[in-house]
Design a protein around this ligand. Sequence first.
Ligand code: NDP
Length: 297
Amino acid sequence: MTEIIDGESVAADVRDAVADEVSRLSDAGVGPGLATVLMSDDAASETYVSMKQRDCEEVGIESFHVEIDAGAPASELYETIDDLNGRDDVHGILVQLPLPDHVDKRTVLRRIAPEKDVDGFHPENVGRLVAGDARFKPCTPHGVQKLLDAYDVETEGADAVVVGRSDIVGKPMANLLIQKSPTGNATTTVCHSRTEDLEAKLAGADIVVAAAGIPEFVDGSTLKSGATVIDVGINRVDADTEKGYELVGDVDYESAKDVAGAITPVPGGVGPMTRAMLLYNTVKAAGLQRDVAVDLE
Ligand code: NDP
């Protein structure tokens, strides 16, 4: 029987733990706050930001939102970040990606104070993650790690394949999987668009994390029987639905679900975990900045 990995349920547990910590922090006089910054007209980005604000409200985190015209000069975004960096009521800053072409993403991500970088994209936080001393683990790979842990998927000694090497998903995912720790210790192969014979790599994988951004790219026929399949992909494809589209992952769920030992659905797998881990990082950031211990696993 294939186990369906229920991201909604694990994310609800994370949110409950975060809500408990929020009330403990407020007893200590600290009200965690997250600022979201949107510089885009993209409808999906707008939706993601408003979901993040709603999530904050649900667990008692204060949320602040800044919208910058997509055509505004980059300096306006820099000034906004500088202002948020200096505010005591803002413990986490999230600049929604992607940014307009005239704004350099790297410069923006370096401008966020590392101790408020709840996405974990600042080079200082990337370096700490690689060194095995993470301050903030990036939300999506951290969420995947939590899912594997919640479902007792043994990573130690497992052969893992990560499909994708983005700074946001693939690279940090691989870094978490190779860490010398009980939730790491996997022998990890990172695949990308220049990888030769991806099928052979997938065929040997006990754990597959698919993050290529290509709808239904990984077919069940390429998977090892019993593999744990984590589908990070969120792709809109045209469909005869009210919205005119549906969401599919990077894995062909129908063919994969009978081969896999465990699999995440899309939606309802990794997506809710990404959102929950942002709350987790925000509370952690508040605790670190105000020197109050936060009890989150
Ligand atoms: P990117 O487009 O930044 O990266 C895609 C990666 O896939 C690249 O490294 C690319 O290789 C690789 N790739 C492309 N084609 C192939 C191929 N034919 N074979 C092997 N590898 C290939 O995407 P992201 O990492 O940002 O996101 C990946 C997916 O995850 C998307 O569907 C995105 O929507 C989703 N996502 C979901 C989240 C969630 O919460 N569930 C959060 C973030 C993203 P190369 O480097 O050579 O170009």
